[in-house]
Design a binder for this molecule. Structure first.
Ligand SMILES: [Mg+2]
Length: 266
């Protein structure tokens, strides 16, 4: 059995906070991928609207309750975004793949440490999701990879050391200070915070639909990971990302395939 990885944080670091988790539809099943089924024969490049698009499309139906709530949310103002701007710098690939951390790539839980005489510290048992490293290695050849988490940056950087120890795969990190906390209690990862990137060239994979509430056409919902080491959700994500990587317009292609915004039209 694989020994879990541990992340040790100093007392000045803060506990990771991903309050979105409680809002997610829980899914431990290996067979309930929320990604569209791989359809090798389907032309990815078509820029015309799919005749099957609509409120009855799979993902929109699966997230009907969340999308109904999202429809009533007010997007962050430009001033909110301006306060959170992040520059990523030079990029090697045309498209940027934004990846959530907790419950998408890893599952971590705090564990008790030491006795009373020890300096207090936080330690986390971190389970790396099956195929997470394969995803990073394969997709780094096709996309610019950026992690966007609602957790504190210090925690996220410690986790990235486990996922990408040579710092060669993931080229950017956005953390809680780049997120917007809505009055509804939802943390939102608005893609407009990436000051030197075009939103039309970014896609975001996250286990929480609220994370990309205002970038639904860019969003790829991923089934939540809660530590099940038989989980194979990321194999579906790898296949899907492979398919759409050469799209002329990746957001349009993603909308055609997943079409979450259809659920907001009701
Ligand atoms: Mg998450």
């Amino acid at each position: 059995m694989k020994t879990p990885d541990f992340v040790q944080l100093s007392p000045v670091d803060h506990l990771p906070t991903e309050p979105d988790a409680a809002d997610n539809p829980s899914s431990d099943s290996e067979s309930d991928s929320q990604l569209p089924a791989t359809q090798p024969d389907e032309p990815v490049e078509s820029e015309t609207e799919s005749p099957c698009c609509g409120p009855d499309s799979g993902a929109a139906s699966l997230y009907a309750d969340e999308l109904h709530e999202i429809h009533s949310l007010v997007p962050p103002s430009q001033a909110d975004i301006d306060q959170r701007m992040l520059f990523l710098g030079e990029k090697k690939h045309r498209f940027t793949l934004v990846l959530d951390l907790d419950r998408t790539l890893v599952f971590s839980s705090p564990v008790a440490t030491g006795g009373q005489c020890q300096e207090p510290a936080f330690q986390f048992d971190v389970k790396i999701r099956p195929y997470a490293k394969e995803l990073l290695e394969k997709m780094s050849k096709k996309y610019e990879l950026v992690v966007f988490t609602a957790a504190e940056e210090s925690y996220a950087r410690a986790i990235l050391q486990l996922l990408d120890p040579t710092s060669t795969l993931i080229s950017g990190l956005a953390a809680q200070s780049q997120c917007v906390l809505l009055p509804s209690g939802h943390w939102v990862k608005d893609l407009r915070v990436f000051a030197d990137r075009c939103v039309d060239e970014m896609i975001i994979a996250d286990d929480n639909v609220f994370s990309f509430a205002f970038n639904l056409d860019n969003g790829i919902p991923v089934a939540e990971f809660r530590g099940d080491m038989g989980d194979d959700e990321l194999t579906f994500l790898i296949d899907y990302l492979d398919e759409i990587a050469d799209s002329k317009n990746i957001v349009k292609t993603n909308k055609k395939r997943i079409n979450l915004s259809a659920g907001c039209l009701k």
